[in-house]
Design a protein around this ligand. Sequence first.
Ligand code: S3P
Length: 168
Amino acid sequence: MKENIVLCGFMGCGKTSVGKILAQKTGRTFCDTDLYLEDKFGMEITEIFNRYGEQRFREMENEVVKEVSAKQNMVIACGGGTVLREENVKIFRENKSKIFLLDTPIEMLQERLSADVKRPLLQKPNRQEIIEELYSERIHQYRAAADEIIPADMPVIAVVKKMIKEYL
Ligand code: S3P
């Protein structure tokens, strides 16, 4: 049995792209909690935010964390807000997951997120400021949740190789 790997970090840090390749290369099953949630509840995240609000989305996310973390041999790419809820981190830890933060510089995040149309938190005119605010609010929480912090300002494959070589 292999321990689960959880990838956390800000929107656009590369959790999904890194997670897919990491899963392939380490013989684990990949799961993106956002996609799992959309599938489970039959609704896109934007629609959930619009109809029920962020609070309800966070409850759904918590249910997903419980379900997904109970599986084995997984690479789990979290949503950017998942590990901000301490209970979610506790659940991952209880299930012996190893939590990695993909630490991507804010300039890179700004660039990657500049044209995003899918993330409800960013669909406002002052997007750059929102990203700055959220980033500075959250970065210490990401760091506190993580067992390992991976610099992610390099190509996806290089991030994956570094993780495998140094930590897995
Ligand atoms: C969120 C990040 C999103 C998604 C939702 C909320 C956040 O996931 O869960 O829009 O609060 O940072 P990604 O980090 O995969 O974009």
